[in-house]
Design a protein around this ligand. Structure first.
Ligand SMILES: C[S@@+](CC[C@H](N)C(=O)[O-])C[C@H]1O[C@@H](n2cnc3c(N)ncnc32)[C@H](O)[C@@H]1O
Length: 164
């Protein structure tokens, strides 16, 4: 994940689902001049994540301790735009598609969106299939553990499945 951020020189990053902040820490350390916004509804988990960031001297993370459905509209109202978005929480089909559509409003034409656990359940796989077909998606890559979506405009829609 952090390699993608580094390779594509992403600066503004959004993570849905902080948990203990492990991936957040990697994203925040991917390159210089990165700002990470991360969302975690559980106060106890958020507290541990914040302690982890402090221990690691990570000061470029903003943790929103609220549900995704509250924070995403707030970010939209503030006109926040992200280069890289990692969706990793509330793994139901309906919620995943809804978050994806909300994240589209927080994206620009070169943004990258990563969805974790696309084979976790049949529902998650159905959500991934719908997202791949979304008209805003130019390139989608299925690497089994997660799916990567490029919103790049002006290129022929393509889907790749990486087998390893
Ligand atoms: C799979 S974990 C995230 C793992 C983390 N991204 C990582 O890679 O280490 C999902 C997290 O999302 C949080 N979560 C689930 N649904 C949520 C919601 N609707 N709003 C905010 N947080 C939520 C859970 O409390 C959980 O900590």
């Amino acid at each position: 994940m952090s390699n993608l951020v580094s390779y594509y020189q992403c600066s503004n990053i959004l993570e849905l689902g902080t948990s203990l902040g492990i991936t957040t820490a990697y994203l925040a350390s991917a390159r210089e001049h990165v700002n990470v916004s991360t969302i975690e509804a559980c106060p106890q988990i958020s507290k541990i994540a914040l302690e982890t960031f402090a221990k690691l001297n990570i000061d470029n993370v903003t943790l929103h301790n609220k549900p995704f459905d509250e924070v995403l509209p707030e970010l939209y109202k503030k006109k926040s735009i992200f280069d890289f978005i990692f969706i990793d929480g509330n793994h139901t089909k309906e919620a995943t598609i809804r978050y994806f559509n909300q994240c589209l409003k927080l994206s620009h034409k070169e943004s990258i969106i990563v969805l974790d656990d696309i084979y976790l359940t049949q529902e998650m796989n159905q959500a991934w299939t719908e997202i791949v077909a979304n008209e805003n998606v130019a390139i989608s890559i299925d690497i089994y553990k997660f799916g990567i979506v490029f919103l790049k405009q002006g290129i022929v829609k393509q889907h790749f499945t990486i087998r390893y």
